[in-house]
Design a protein around this ligand. Structure first.
Ligand code: URP
Ligand code: ZN
Ligand code: ZN
Length: 457
């Protein structure tokens, strides 16, 4: 395949380059390449070519007992691909009580195999800690899983002592620990109080999980990380300016080995949505925040203080699943869709001049690839890398509309947001898998990726 005439994002900025792909890799990048006999040519004249995006925070097929996330590894990865994401690393849900670390990984292999249409990996998930579990971390790593997720709230939450033990072992193994930061006691206390007072509507969801609940947990886990010898940490879905202050404090104090993720919903949406009649659509944790946080996060993104943007894609249908919370917000399954809209929303910000393309590519592709052991195979356009490419028509103008998306959910939280630029085509390992907003590849073509040790930024 020869892709000609595009303005290509490289480590030295945008360059007019032709791209030759062979056996799934970028074989050559040069000013002018002539088509060889029988070679397929894709004309990208006037288009921009970015690296395929990497989303290290999805929840495909998530089972929360009373509800099941609507996208499986087929529909979810088709949606990801149509939104320019060519690699995902999924967060498996908790397994049965007492299960070992490979339980969920084995299960998720069966969920993804034969279905995923883009390349994929899994994080490990820890829901309890003992010597057996800690010893299993090495096995995970051998299986190509170089990161694990821990929670400071929800049923599988870990105590501070357990977190310390995990951080010490993970540090010794060179594994990255991703953390959902919320103070569980604050959340449980406030939820109980609001429900007792008959305050059951979705507008009480953000009040029951205030910025302080997240920021306290961020401060605590970073303190634990320092105690464990500056263990490598990755803070998922940071949503508040208050957390950014703690993050800044630890960075100024010399803790270099931790990394910060936020998500588009925390940049673009705010807590006023909970007061709308369809407020249940926006129930996720941490919740949407007061508008000033959007601006603080956007500023942090511009300054390079946010390392990655994940989507936390976790779609529950509004018509059915979200209605579990109609008389009591605490019964609503947490999460919202977003795997298809991240790159388009961020590309749009760049074309509006609000952030630069470097920030888009770093946070959506290069940095997640580095941190989660996918680089240099993924996250860049360079000879030898996988030919995962997104062709963008910068001149297009549009609006996010649920009807045009492939996410298997009955709404998008970003409905009617204006966008600049449009994804014209997507290549995964040199194969054109999306054109004209249609998935044109084969079900199950995605490959499991054995990830290597994380690479600091
Ligand atoms: O509300 C959310 N974010 N649901 C997905 C699970 C998690 O906490 O990441
Ligand atoms: Zn989370
Ligand atoms: Zn999540």
């Amino acid at each position: 395949m020869l892709i000609t005439g595009g303005k290509v994002y490289t480590k030295n900025g945008f360059k007019p380059l032709d791209i030759r792909t062979k056996d799934g890799k970028i074989e050559a990048l040069a000013k002018r390449l002539s088509a060889e006999e029988g070679e397929e040519v894709f004309d990208a004249l006037g288009k921009t070519i970015l690296p395929g995006a990497v989303d290290v925070h999805t929840h495909f097929d998530l089972d929360v007992g009373f509800a099941h996330a609507n996208d499986d590894f087929y529909t979810g990865t088709v949606a990801a691909a149509c939104g320019g994401t060519t690699t995902i690393v999924d967060h498996p849900g908790f397994g049965p009580d007492g299960c070992g670390l490979m339980h969920q990984i084995d299960l998720y292999h069966t969920l993804a195999e034969g279905k995923a249409v883009i390349d994929y990996g899994f994080h490990g998930v820890l829901q309890r800690v003992d010597d057996g579990i800690l010893n299993e971390l090495e096995k995970l790593k051998e299986h190509g899983i170089s990161s694990v997720k821990i929670y400071m709230t929800y049923s599988g939450k870990l105590s501070d002592d357990e977190i310390l033990r995990v951080l010490e072992r993970a540090r010794a193994l060179g594994m990255l620990v991703a953390v959902h930061c919320e103070n569980n006691d604050i959340v449980e206390h406030l939820k109980t109080e609001y429900i007792k007072q008959g305050k059951t509507g979705p507008e009480y969801h953000p009040l029951s999980r205030p910025p302080m609940a997240e920021a306290e947990a961020v401060n605590r886990v970073l303190s634990l990380g320092r105690t464990a010898g500056d263990a490598p940490l990755y803070l998922v879905h940071v949503s508040t300016g208050l957390s950014l202050e703690y993050i800044d404090f630890f960075r100024r104090g010399g803790y270099e080995n931790f990394f910060v993720e936020s998500c588009p919903q925390y940049l673009f949406l705010d807590e006023t949505l909970y007061k709308k009649p369809d407020g249940l659509k926006y129930i996720l944790s941490p919740p949407l925040r007061a508008k000033e946080n959007n601006n603080l996060l956007m500023q942090a993104l511009r300054l390079g203080e946010i390392d990655t943007l994940g989507t936390d894609h976790c779609p529950f249908n509004y018509a059915h699943d979200k209605q579990f919370g109609k008389d009591n917000f605490t019964k609503c399954p947490n999460g919202m869709p977003g795997v298809e809209t991240r790159y388009p929303l961020l590309i749009s910000l760049a074309l509006e001049g609000k952030i630069d393309f470097n920030t888009v590519v770093k946070t959506c592709a290069e940095n997640p690839a580095k941190l989660f052991g996918l680089f240099p195979q993924k996250g860049r356009i360079a000879e030898g890398a996988d030919a995962d490419l997104v062709v963008v028509d910068e001149s297009a103008r549009g609006k996010i509309a649920h009807k045009n998306l492939h996410e298997n959910c009955d709404y998008t939280p970003f409905e009617a947001m204006g966008t600049r630029g449009e994804i014209a085509a997507v290549f995964s390992r040199g194969e054109k898998i999306v054109e004209n907003n249609q998935f044109v590849g084969e079900k199950g073509r995605g490959q499991y990726i054995k990830r290597s040790t994380f690479q600091p930024l």
